[in-house]
Ligand binder design. Structure first.
Ligand code: ATP
Ligand code: MG
Length: 243
């Protein structure tokens, strides 16, 4: 479903991603872990062409893009839904209207049909009761679940999450993680960047440890968390266990 072939990325002269190959099968959940600045966000953003690689190829659902061809980038971008740390909802629209927006403007869905689909998605993320509230009347966890419903409305083949719970108060984290787990159980193909290691262990088929722009180690969660091979991963795990 996702294929990365020898991806490299530099910003000006600084090499940030230094040759990454990765494949993610349909229905697989892959979690990126690694230190701040190791390149996790940059790699995720290249998968939906928000960032373009300096070298290498990205394939999502069989589509690939060319750095000079905007249309090919948009085609690849449409294959995935992305959820960021910040929710970026439309402040003057209700939860329901936020989820409907892309259906109406991008998918050209008729309003009544868009509303039906949005209601189903809001129910899925547990927000039926607050569908008519605007973002500032919602908790961070609720806003993030609106953002997830909004991304799902575009019927992506893949979901990409970049630290979806990092901005949340601890008591709100689980509601968001539960929604992501439900998606995993539904068979959604996903890549998740997270510091929630227990969650990563539970939900992931594969953990990818990114260190200094390369995949330093990858494998099933039990293997990576319990028997790390590289000193870099051992150090990283010790560091996060101390916090
Ligand atoms: N637009 C940009 N211009 C220049 N440098 C950038 C840009 N985006 C990222 N970088 C650099 O690329 C490196 C990797 O950044 P990236 O955001 O991918 O790391 P990360 O693993 O997501 O970190 P974190 O855990 O803090 O989110 C960093 O050194 C960062 O400063
Ligand atoms: Mg990041």
């Amino acid at each position: 479903m996702i294929e990365l072939k020898n991806i490299k990325k530099s910003f000006d002269d600084k090499s940030v991603i230094k040759g990454i190959d990765l494949s993610v099968d349909k229905g697989e959940v892959v979690t990126f872990i690694g230190r701040s600045g190791s390149g996790k966000t940059t790699l995720l953003r290249m998968i939906n062409a928000l960032e373009l690689p300096t070298e290498g190829m990205v394939y999502v659902n069989g589509e690939s893009y060319n750095n000079k061809d905007k249309k090919s980038q948009i085609k690849v971008r449409k294959q995935s839904g992305m959820v960021f740390q910040s929710y970026n909802l439309f402040p003057h629209k209700t939860a329901l209207e936020n989820v409907m927006e892309g259906l109406i403007t991008v998918k050209k869905t008729k309003k009544a049909e868009a509303e039906q689909q949005a209601l189903v998605l809001l129910e899925k993320v547990g927000l039926t009761a607050v569908k008519d509230q605007r973002p500032n009347a919602l908790s961070g966890g609720q806003q993030q679940r609106v953002a997830i419903a909004r991304a799902l409305a575009m019927k992506p083949k893949v979901m990409l999450f970049d630290e979806p719970t990092s901005a949340l108060d601890p008591e709100l984290v689980n509601d968001v993680l539960r929604v992501i787990k439900d998606l995993a159980n539904d068979g959604m193909t996903m890549i998740i960047v997270t510091h929630e290691m227990r969650f990563a262990k539970e939900v992931s088929n594969k953990i990818v440890f990114i260190h200094d722009g390369i995949i330093a180690e990858e494998g099933p969660p039990e293997q990576l968390f319990n028997q790390p091979k590289t000193t870099e991963l051992q150090r990283f795990l010790n560091m996060i266990r101390e916090v």
